[in-house]
Write a protein that binds this ligand. Structure first.
Ligand SMILES: *Cc1c(COP(=O)(O)O)cnc(C)c1O
Length: 400
Protein backbone atom coordinates (compact mmCIF):
# COMPACT_ATOMS: atom_id res chain seq x y z
CA UNK A 1 0.00 0.00 0.00
CA UNK A 2 2.94 2.33 0.68
CA UNK A 3 3.89 2.67 -2.97
CA UNK A 4 0.54 4.24 -3.82
CA UNK A 5 0.70 7.86 -4.99
CA UNK A 6 0.28 10.50 -2.28
CA UNK A 7 -3.31 11.60 -1.65
CA UNK A 8 -2.15 15.20 -1.36
CA UNK A 9 0.72 16.99 -3.09
CA UNK A 10 1.64 19.12 -0.04
CA UNK A 11 1.44 18.26 3.63
CA UNK A 12 -1.84 18.82 5.49
CA UNK A 13 -0.75 20.00 8.97
CA UNK A 14 -2.26 18.45 12.13
CA UNK A 15 -3.10 21.93 13.40
CA UNK A 16 -2.69 25.55 12.38
CA UNK A 17 -3.86 29.06 13.16
CA UNK A 18 -6.57 31.01 11.28
CA UNK A 19 -5.78 34.67 10.64
CA UNK A 20 -8.27 36.95 8.84
CA UNK A 21 -8.31 40.60 7.72
CA UNK A 22 -9.84 41.72 11.03
CA UNK A 23 -6.89 40.17 12.90
CA UNK A 24 -4.42 42.01 10.66
CA UNK A 25 -6.30 45.29 11.19
CA UNK A 26 -6.30 44.80 14.96
CA UNK A 27 -2.53 44.27 15.01
CA UNK A 28 -1.90 47.28 12.76
CA UNK A 29 -4.06 49.46 15.02
CA UNK A 30 -2.07 48.33 18.06
CA UNK A 31 1.19 49.12 16.25
CA UNK A 32 -0.08 52.63 15.52
CA UNK A 33 -1.28 53.21 19.10
CA UNK A 34 0.64 54.83 21.94
CA UNK A 35 1.18 51.53 23.75
CA UNK A 36 3.03 48.51 22.39
CA UNK A 37 3.05 46.84 25.82
CA UNK A 38 1.43 47.35 29.28
CA UNK A 39 -1.27 49.36 27.48
CA UNK A 40 -5.06 49.22 27.20
CA UNK A 41 -5.16 46.23 24.82
CA UNK A 42 -3.89 44.03 27.67
CA UNK A 43 -6.87 44.98 29.86
CA UNK A 44 -9.25 44.56 26.94
CA UNK A 45 -7.92 41.08 26.25
CA UNK A 46 -8.11 40.14 29.93
CA UNK A 47 -11.71 41.35 30.15
CA UNK A 48 -12.62 39.34 27.03
CA UNK A 49 -10.96 36.24 28.48
CA UNK A 50 -13.06 36.69 31.64
CA UNK A 51 -16.22 36.77 29.50
CA UNK A 52 -15.24 33.59 27.64
CA UNK A 53 -14.15 31.65 30.74
CA UNK A 54 -16.60 32.92 33.35
CA UNK A 55 -13.60 33.80 35.53
CA UNK A 56 -13.52 36.93 37.68
CA UNK A 57 -9.84 37.60 36.88
CA UNK A 58 -7.58 36.94 33.92
CA UNK A 59 -3.85 37.72 33.80
CA UNK A 60 -2.27 37.68 30.34
CA UNK A 61 1.30 36.36 30.22
CA UNK A 62 3.90 35.65 27.57
CA UNK A 63 3.09 31.96 26.93
CA UNK A 64 1.33 28.92 28.37
CA UNK A 65 4.44 27.74 30.20
CA UNK A 66 4.77 31.15 31.86
CA UNK A 67 1.08 30.86 32.81
CA UNK A 68 1.77 27.54 34.57
CA UNK A 69 4.85 28.97 36.30
CA UNK A 70 2.90 32.06 37.36
CA UNK A 71 0.03 29.93 38.69
CA UNK A 72 2.36 27.70 40.72
CA UNK A 73 4.20 30.73 42.12
CA UNK A 74 0.93 32.52 43.00
CA UNK A 75 -0.22 29.35 44.80
CA UNK A 76 3.00 29.44 46.81
CA UNK A 77 4.50 26.15 45.60
CA UNK A 78 8.08 25.88 46.89
CA UNK A 79 10.86 23.51 47.89
CA UNK A 80 9.59 20.37 49.62
CA UNK A 81 6.14 20.64 48.04
CA UNK A 82 4.74 17.86 45.89
CA UNK A 83 2.22 18.56 43.14
CA UNK A 84 0.37 15.75 41.36
CA UNK A 85 0.39 15.96 37.55
CA UNK A 86 -0.82 13.48 34.94
CA UNK A 87 1.87 11.51 33.11
CA UNK A 88 0.10 12.16 29.79
CA UNK A 89 0.73 15.86 29.15
CA UNK A 90 3.24 18.27 27.68
CA UNK A 91 6.41 18.51 29.78
CA UNK A 92 5.65 22.14 30.70
CA UNK A 93 2.91 21.05 33.14
CA UNK A 94 5.45 19.30 35.34
CA UNK A 95 8.29 21.72 34.59
CA UNK A 96 6.31 24.57 36.20
CA UNK A 97 6.38 22.72 39.52
CA UNK A 98 10.14 22.22 39.19
CA UNK A 99 10.68 25.94 38.40
CA UNK A 100 9.26 26.67 41.86
CA UNK A 101 11.51 24.14 43.58
CA UNK A 102 8.70 21.61 43.99
CA UNK A 103 8.48 17.96 43.01
CA UNK A 104 6.01 16.80 40.37
CA UNK A 105 4.43 13.48 41.32
CA UNK A 106 3.11 11.64 38.28
CA UNK A 107 -0.32 10.04 38.35
CA UNK A 108 -1.80 7.80 35.70
CA UNK A 109 -4.62 8.60 33.28
CA UNK A 110 -7.87 6.81 32.54
CA UNK A 111 -7.19 4.48 29.58
CA UNK A 112 -10.26 5.45 27.54
CA UNK A 113 -10.06 9.28 27.81
CA UNK A 114 -6.39 9.82 28.82
CA UNK A 115 -7.63 12.29 31.46
CA UNK A 116 -6.09 12.30 34.96
CA UNK A 117 -7.56 9.40 36.96
CA UNK A 118 -8.88 10.88 40.25
CA UNK A 119 -8.48 7.55 42.05
CA UNK A 120 -4.86 7.18 41.00
CA UNK A 121 -4.24 10.85 41.87
CA UNK A 122 -5.61 10.24 45.40
CA UNK A 123 -3.33 7.22 45.74
CA UNK A 124 -0.23 9.39 45.16
CA UNK A 125 -1.00 11.88 47.96
CA UNK A 126 1.60 12.15 50.74
CA UNK A 127 1.97 14.56 53.70
CA UNK A 128 4.02 16.82 51.35
CA UNK A 129 1.34 17.10 48.64
CA UNK A 130 0.19 20.70 48.07
CA UNK A 131 -2.03 20.37 45.06
CA UNK A 132 -3.14 18.75 41.82
CA UNK A 133 -2.78 20.01 38.26
CA UNK A 134 -5.40 18.43 36.00
CA UNK A 135 -4.90 18.60 32.23
CA UNK A 136 -7.83 19.00 29.85
CA UNK A 137 -6.19 16.56 27.47
CA UNK A 138 -7.07 17.12 23.78
CA UNK A 139 -9.63 19.76 24.84
CA UNK A 140 -11.86 17.60 27.03
CA UNK A 141 -12.33 19.00 30.56
CA UNK A 142 -10.96 16.68 33.24
CA UNK A 143 -13.24 15.16 35.91
CA UNK A 144 -13.29 18.26 38.13
CA UNK A 145 -16.09 17.05 40.41
CA UNK A 146 -14.11 13.96 41.43
CA UNK A 147 -10.82 15.86 41.57
CA UNK A 148 -12.39 18.60 43.70
CA UNK A 149 -13.59 15.99 46.18
CA UNK A 150 -10.05 14.55 46.42
CA UNK A 151 -8.51 18.03 46.77
CA UNK A 152 -10.98 19.15 49.44
CA UNK A 153 -10.57 15.96 51.44
CA UNK A 154 -6.82 16.60 51.71
CA UNK A 155 -6.73 20.42 51.74
CA UNK A 156 -5.04 20.68 48.33
CA UNK A 157 -5.28 23.28 45.58
CA UNK A 158 -6.79 22.19 42.27
CA UNK A 159 -5.26 23.76 39.16
CA UNK A 160 -6.30 23.22 35.53
CA UNK A 161 -3.80 23.14 32.70
CA UNK A 162 -6.47 24.16 30.19
CA UNK A 163 -4.02 24.93 27.36
CA UNK A 164 -6.07 22.62 25.09
CA UNK A 165 -9.54 23.55 26.21
CA UNK A 166 -10.37 27.25 25.83
CA UNK A 167 -13.99 27.38 24.63
CA UNK A 168 -14.93 24.08 26.29
CA UNK A 169 -17.24 23.54 29.26
CA UNK A 170 -18.29 20.93 31.79
CA UNK A 171 -21.91 20.65 32.95
CA UNK A 172 -22.50 24.15 31.58
CA UNK A 173 -19.55 25.74 33.41
CA UNK A 174 -16.88 27.13 31.08
CA UNK A 175 -13.28 25.97 31.13
CA UNK A 176 -11.36 28.63 33.03
CA UNK A 177 -13.69 28.55 36.04
CA UNK A 178 -13.58 24.83 36.84
CA UNK A 179 -10.54 24.90 39.16
CA UNK A 180 -8.92 27.28 41.67
CA UNK A 181 -6.69 28.51 38.88
CA UNK A 182 -6.59 27.71 35.14
CA UNK A 183 -3.88 28.26 32.54
CA UNK A 184 -4.09 28.82 28.79
CA UNK A 185 -1.73 28.92 25.80
CA UNK A 186 -2.16 30.98 22.64
CA UNK A 187 0.52 29.21 20.61
CA UNK A 188 -0.51 28.96 16.91
CA UNK A 189 -1.85 25.39 17.14
CA UNK A 190 -3.92 26.14 20.27
CA UNK A 191 -7.60 27.27 20.32
CA UNK A 192 -6.67 30.92 19.62
CA UNK A 193 -3.32 32.34 18.52
CA UNK A 194 -1.29 35.38 19.57
CA UNK A 195 2.04 34.06 18.20
CA UNK A 196 3.24 33.22 21.68
CA UNK A 197 0.91 33.96 24.57
CA UNK A 198 -0.84 32.64 27.62
CA UNK A 199 -3.11 33.52 30.53
CA UNK A 200 -4.03 32.61 34.08
CA UNK A 201 -7.69 32.79 35.18
CA UNK A 202 -9.07 32.57 38.70
CA UNK A 203 -11.96 33.63 40.93
CA UNK A 204 -9.47 34.48 43.71
CA UNK A 205 -8.63 38.20 43.76
CA UNK A 206 -5.51 37.78 45.91
CA UNK A 207 -4.17 35.01 43.69
CA UNK A 208 -4.74 37.22 40.63
CA UNK A 209 -2.89 40.06 42.36
CA UNK A 210 0.10 37.83 43.11
CA UNK A 211 0.05 36.62 39.48
CA UNK A 212 0.12 40.22 38.17
CA UNK A 213 3.08 41.05 40.40
CA UNK A 214 4.90 37.85 39.41
CA UNK A 215 4.60 38.58 35.68
CA UNK A 216 6.11 42.03 36.22
CA UNK A 217 9.41 41.27 38.02
CA UNK A 218 7.72 41.15 41.45
CA UNK A 219 6.95 44.89 41.17
CA UNK A 220 3.60 46.11 42.49
CA UNK A 221 2.89 48.73 39.81
CA UNK A 222 3.47 48.87 36.07
CA UNK A 223 4.64 51.60 33.72
CA UNK A 224 1.13 52.68 32.75
CA UNK A 225 -0.31 52.77 36.27
CA UNK A 226 2.60 55.00 37.36
CA UNK A 227 2.15 57.25 34.37
CA UNK A 228 -1.59 57.58 35.08
CA UNK A 229 -0.85 58.44 38.72
CA UNK A 230 1.97 60.83 37.75
CA UNK A 231 4.31 58.89 40.01
CA UNK A 232 7.75 57.35 39.59
CA UNK A 233 8.29 55.31 42.78
CA UNK A 234 7.93 51.57 42.64
CA UNK A 235 8.72 48.63 44.85
CA UNK A 236 9.81 45.09 44.11
CA UNK A 237 8.24 42.97 46.84
CA UNK A 238 9.11 39.49 45.60
CA UNK A 239 11.19 37.83 42.91
CA UNK A 240 9.22 37.78 39.67
CA UNK A 241 9.87 37.56 35.95
CA UNK A 242 9.13 39.60 32.86
CA UNK A 243 6.23 37.44 31.65
CA UNK A 244 4.19 40.30 30.13
CA UNK A 245 2.18 39.92 26.92
CA UNK A 246 2.46 42.89 24.54
CA UNK A 247 -0.43 45.06 23.35
CA UNK A 248 0.30 43.88 19.81
CA UNK A 249 -0.36 40.29 20.86
CA UNK A 250 -3.34 41.19 23.09
CA UNK A 251 -4.96 43.08 20.21
CA UNK A 252 -4.63 39.94 18.10
CA UNK A 253 -6.00 37.88 20.99
CA UNK A 254 -9.12 40.09 21.26
CA UNK A 255 -9.80 39.70 17.55
CA UNK A 256 -9.20 35.93 17.70
CA UNK A 257 -11.49 35.45 20.71
CA UNK A 258 -14.45 36.80 18.75
CA UNK A 259 -14.18 33.76 16.50
CA UNK A 260 -13.62 31.19 19.24
CA UNK A 261 -17.23 29.88 19.58
CA UNK A 262 -17.47 29.43 15.81
CA UNK A 263 -14.10 27.67 15.72
CA UNK A 264 -15.01 25.27 18.51
CA UNK A 265 -18.15 24.38 16.54
CA UNK A 266 -16.10 23.67 13.45
CA UNK A 267 -13.67 21.53 15.45
CA UNK A 268 -16.64 19.60 16.84
CA UNK A 269 -18.03 19.04 13.34
CA UNK A 270 -14.67 17.69 12.16
CA UNK A 271 -14.49 15.43 15.22
CA UNK A 272 -18.05 14.22 14.57
CA UNK A 273 -17.08 13.25 11.01
CA UNK A 274 -14.04 11.33 12.30
CA UNK A 275 -16.18 9.72 15.04
CA UNK A 276 -18.78 8.58 12.56
CA UNK A 277 -16.19 7.00 10.30
CA UNK A 278 -14.01 5.46 13.02
CA UNK A 279 -16.28 4.56 15.96
CA UNK A 280 -16.64 0.96 14.78
CA UNK A 281 -13.25 0.70 13.04
CA UNK A 282 -11.28 -2.41 14.02
CA UNK A 283 -7.93 -0.61 13.83
CA UNK A 284 -8.37 3.04 14.85
CA UNK A 285 -10.18 3.73 18.11
CA UNK A 286 -11.19 7.31 19.03
CA UNK A 287 -10.87 8.38 22.67
CA UNK A 288 -13.93 8.35 24.92
CA UNK A 289 -15.80 11.59 25.59
CA UNK A 290 -17.60 11.92 28.93
CA UNK A 291 -21.22 13.07 29.16
CA UNK A 292 -21.85 16.71 30.03
CA UNK A 293 -18.73 18.16 28.47
CA UNK A 294 -18.29 20.54 25.60
CA UNK A 295 -15.05 19.23 24.10
CA UNK A 296 -12.87 21.98 22.60
CA UNK A 297 -11.03 19.45 20.34
CA UNK A 298 -7.61 21.06 20.29
CA UNK A 299 -6.60 17.52 19.26
CA UNK A 300 -8.42 14.56 17.76
CA UNK A 301 -6.60 11.50 19.08
CA UNK A 302 -7.08 7.90 17.91
CA UNK A 303 -5.40 4.78 19.23
CA UNK A 304 -3.89 2.57 16.54
CA UNK A 305 -4.69 -0.79 18.06
CA UNK A 306 -1.49 -2.78 18.03
CA UNK A 307 -3.18 -6.18 17.97
CA UNK A 308 -2.64 -8.89 15.40
CA UNK A 309 -4.07 -7.17 12.33
CA UNK A 310 -3.53 -3.47 13.04
CA UNK A 311 -0.57 -1.53 11.66
CA UNK A 312 1.79 -0.10 14.29
CA UNK A 313 1.30 3.57 15.18
CA UNK A 314 4.72 4.57 13.86
CA UNK A 315 3.92 2.89 10.54
CA UNK A 316 0.63 4.79 10.36
CA UNK A 317 2.44 8.04 11.15
CA UNK A 318 5.12 7.46 8.48
CA UNK A 319 2.73 6.20 5.82
CA UNK A 320 0.29 9.10 6.31
CA UNK A 321 3.17 11.50 6.01
CA UNK A 322 4.18 9.99 2.68
CA UNK A 323 0.57 10.42 1.57
CA UNK A 324 0.68 14.14 2.44
CA UNK A 325 -1.15 13.96 5.76
CA UNK A 326 0.56 15.40 8.84
CA UNK A 327 -0.16 13.81 12.20
CA UNK A 328 1.55 14.02 15.56
CA UNK A 329 1.92 12.16 18.85
CA UNK A 330 0.76 13.90 22.04
CA UNK A 331 2.63 13.02 24.24
CA UNK A 332 5.57 10.93 25.36
CA UNK A 333 4.77 10.36 29.06
CA UNK A 334 6.61 13.08 30.98
CA UNK A 335 8.13 10.75 33.57
CA UNK A 336 9.99 8.87 30.81
CA UNK A 337 11.95 11.91 29.61
CA UNK A 338 15.67 11.55 30.43
CA UNK A 339 15.57 14.73 32.56
CA UNK A 340 12.86 13.37 34.85
CA UNK A 341 14.47 9.94 35.10
CA UNK A 342 17.83 11.49 36.01
CA UNK A 343 16.47 14.17 38.36
CA UNK A 344 13.51 12.49 40.05
CA UNK A 345 14.29 8.79 39.53
CA UNK A 346 11.12 8.09 37.55
CA UNK A 347 11.03 4.94 35.42
CA UNK A 348 8.80 2.82 33.18
CA UNK A 349 6.02 1.10 35.07
CA UNK A 350 5.12 4.23 37.11
CA UNK A 351 2.01 5.05 35.00
CA UNK A 352 1.17 2.00 32.87
CA UNK A 353 -1.96 3.38 31.19
CA UNK A 354 -0.10 6.46 29.92
CA UNK A 355 2.85 4.32 28.83
CA UNK A 356 0.67 1.87 26.94
CA UNK A 357 -1.34 4.70 25.33
CA UNK A 358 1.84 6.39 24.16
CA UNK A 359 2.62 3.39 21.94
CA UNK A 360 -0.75 3.68 20.18
CA UNK A 361 -1.90 7.32 20.04
CA UNK A 362 -1.94 9.50 16.96
CA UNK A 363 -3.33 13.04 16.64
CA UNK A 364 -5.18 13.48 13.32
CA UNK A 365 -5.43 16.86 11.58
CA UNK A 366 -8.03 19.15 13.16
CA UNK A 367 -8.20 22.95 12.88
CA UNK A 368 -10.97 25.43 12.03
CA UNK A 369 -9.73 26.14 8.50
CA UNK A 370 -9.79 22.46 7.53
CA UNK A 371 -12.06 21.72 4.56
CA UNK A 372 -14.49 18.80 4.26
CA UNK A 373 -12.27 17.42 1.47
CA UNK A 374 -9.33 17.40 3.92
CA UNK A 375 -11.33 15.20 6.31
CA UNK A 376 -12.06 12.75 3.50
CA UNK A 377 -8.36 12.69 2.56
CA UNK A 378 -7.39 11.81 6.15
CA UNK A 379 -9.96 8.99 6.33
CA UNK A 380 -8.89 7.69 2.96
CA UNK A 381 -5.25 7.74 4.09
CA UNK A 382 -6.11 5.82 7.27
CA UNK A 383 -8.05 3.21 5.27
CA UNK A 384 -5.11 2.75 2.90
CA UNK A 385 -2.64 2.21 5.74
CA UNK A 386 -4.96 -0.38 7.25
CA UNK A 387 -4.90 -2.21 3.92
CA UNK A 388 -8.34 -1.10 2.83
CA UNK A 389 -8.67 1.10 -0.19
CA UNK A 390 -11.79 2.92 0.95
CA UNK A 391 -11.46 5.36 -1.91
CA UNK A 392 -14.45 7.62 -1.97
CA UNK A 393 -16.79 4.83 -0.93
CA UNK A 394 -19.95 5.36 1.05
CA UNK A 395 -18.04 4.27 4.16
CA UNK A 396 -16.54 7.76 4.24
CA UNK A 397 -19.18 10.28 5.23
CA UNK A 398 -19.29 13.87 4.09
CA UNK A 399 -18.39 16.33 6.83
CA UNK A 400 -21.10 18.41 8.43
C1 LIG B 1 0.95 24.11 24.75
C2 LIG B 1 0.91 23.57 26.14
C3 LIG B 1 1.61 24.14 27.19
C4 LIG B 1 2.62 25.23 26.99
O1 LIG B 1 2.17 26.34 26.30
P1 LIG B 1 3.21 27.29 25.53
O2 LIG B 1 2.38 28.47 25.17
O3 LIG B 1 3.71 26.54 24.36
O4 LIG B 1 4.30 27.63 26.50
C5 LIG B 1 1.42 23.63 28.46
N1 LIG B 1 0.62 22.59 28.69
C6 LIG B 1 -0.06 21.99 27.69
C7 LIG B 1 -0.97 20.84 28.02
C8 LIG B 1 0.07 22.46 26.39
O5 LIG B 1 -0.57 21.84 25.40
Amino acid sequence: MDDQPPIRPSLLPYGRQSIDAADVEAVVAALQSAWLTTGPAVERFEAALCRHTGAAHAVAVSNGTAALHTAMAALGVGPGDEVIVPAMTFAATANAVVYCGGTPVFADVEPDSLLLDPIDAARRITPRTRGIIAVDYAGQPADYAALRAVADRHGLFLAADACHALGGSLDGRPVGSLADVSTFSFHPVKPIATGEGGAVTTADEQLARRARIFRNHGITSDHRSRETAGAHRYEMVSLGFNYRLSDIQCALGCSQLEKLPRWVERRQAIAAAYDEALSTDPVYRPLAVRAGCRHAYHLYVVRCLAHATGPERDRVFASLRRQGIGTNVHYPPVHLHPYYRATFGTAPGLCPHAERAYEEILSLPIFPGMADGDIRDVLRGLARVAGREAGDSAAVPAAA
